[in-house]
Design a protein around this ligand. Structure first.
Ligand code: KG4
Ligand code: ZN
Length: 344
């Protein structure tokens, strides 16, 4: 941090956010805490491989980043010389993918002589709840469920967080995607399980692991689904096709129940009644319904970001950059990305 130039901090900064941690190249302009644009280029090339191929992701980021940033600036009607800082996803993620955003952000910050801000992707998912009204009041709880992470976070302020619990193995989105793969569905299978579950009933009782504290484990659910299906296929080779909707409803039920039980426990333990969802899996209709109903029956206020701010996006990076800017949390131009880094 020793090569950080002392910058004058403005009260309503214009921040460019850049996200490139996985398979979405995204750029967003945030002015005084208001999101003016949020451009997302999703990389469809990975679908044929059944998962994200890191090398292909890096190459797609390299192709996408310049047009995505240009479009974000144009849509926001902001010239790059008006920018006050560049915020980029520094961790966690695929290292080659992160490096593209890192190099681009550093070069632009250096060229414009403005501060560079490192953003932790998981902090940004929580901050996504502060983009639109109504916003949760601090302190609030957030259940962050994505393809790479599952966490229950206590947000004491926009820059002060405690992780109360997290997954010990697979993430919730990973569990959706791997279960979908067992059913022969294409990647990412989470949205397809959601769609088919609407037509089915949760008649198959898949294991819900009992893990201590506020932590999660999803690898057991996946194994339970695999063994169950292998057994059924022996007597009915078309078991999956014949029961696809009920299988999806049962998988979704097991995963949503596991998430909601831990969230209810966190609410009881902290007695905090401002509760948010975040991350790509918060797009799941079963989870949303269960979460909203729990809010009514258990007496807590519920917040879910708009869909475009649930999955990976740069608006959440830009807004996190906004809060870090106001706090003077600037990075050195020697800033490097990290596949894993702590943020609390
Ligand atoms: O937050 P996100 O966009 O990327 C990561 O940071 O990981 O989350 C992507 C994950 C994938 O696992 C995807 O299958 C899951 O979110 N997902 C869903 C739904 N929409 C996205 N899972 C279940 N139901 C959905 N409707
Ligand atoms: Zn994410």
């Amino acid at each position: 941090m020793n090569d950080v130039t002392p910058f004058v901090i403005k009260s309503n900064p214009v921040i460019l956010g850049i996200e490139s941690s996985c398979d979405e190249t995204s750029a967003s302009v945030c002015s005084g805490g208001q999101i003016l644009s949020n451009i997302i280029a999703t990389q469809s090339i990975h679908e044929q491989y059944g998962g994200v191929v890191p090398e292909l992701a890096s190459r797609a980021h390299m192709q996408n980043i310049l047009p995505v940033v240009d479009t974000a600036l144009q849509q926001a009607k902001v010239d790059k010389i008006e920018l006050d800082a560049i915020a980029y996803t520094q961790a966690p993620g695929l290292i080659g993918a992160l490096l593209v955003g890192n190099s681009f952000a550093k070069s632009l910050a250096l060229g414009l002589n403005i501060p560079l801000i490192e953003v932790h992707h998981m902090q940004a998912h929580v901050i996504a709840n502060l983009i639109d009204d109504p916003k949760p009041a601090f302190p609030f709880l957030c259940l962050t469920v994505s393809g790479g992470h599952t966490q229950i976070v206590l947000a004491k302020s926009a820059i002060d967080f405690t992780i109360l619990g997290e997954t010990l193995d697979d993430a919730a989105g990973e569990a959706f995607d791997k279960s979908a793969k067992i059913l022969g569905l294409p990647y990412p299978g989470g949205p397809l399980i959601d769609r088919y579950a609407k037509e089915g009933k949760p008649v198959f009782p898949f294991a819900q692991p009992q893990i201590a504290d506020l932590n999660f484990s999803f690898s057991g659910i996946k194994t339970s689904i695999l063994y169950f299906i292998q057994k059924q296929i022996k007597t009915d080779p078309d078991f999956i096709t014949n029961n696809l909707h009920d299988l999806c409803a049962s998988i979704q039920f097991a995963l949503v129940e596991t998430l909601m039980k831990k969230l209810a426990k966190a609410i009881r333990q902290t007695d905090i009644r401002q509760v948010c969802l975040a991350g790509g899996v918060s797009a799941n209709s079963g989870l949303r319904q269960s979460f909203l109903e729990a809010g009514k029956t258990q007496g807590f206020d519920t917040f879910i970001p708009a869909f475009e701010y649930c999955t990976d996006n740069a608006a959440m990076i830009a807004l996190t950059g906004h809060y870090k800017y106001l706090n003077g949390s600037f990075a050195a131009l020697s800033s490097s990305p990290s596949a894993r880094a702590s943020w609390t």
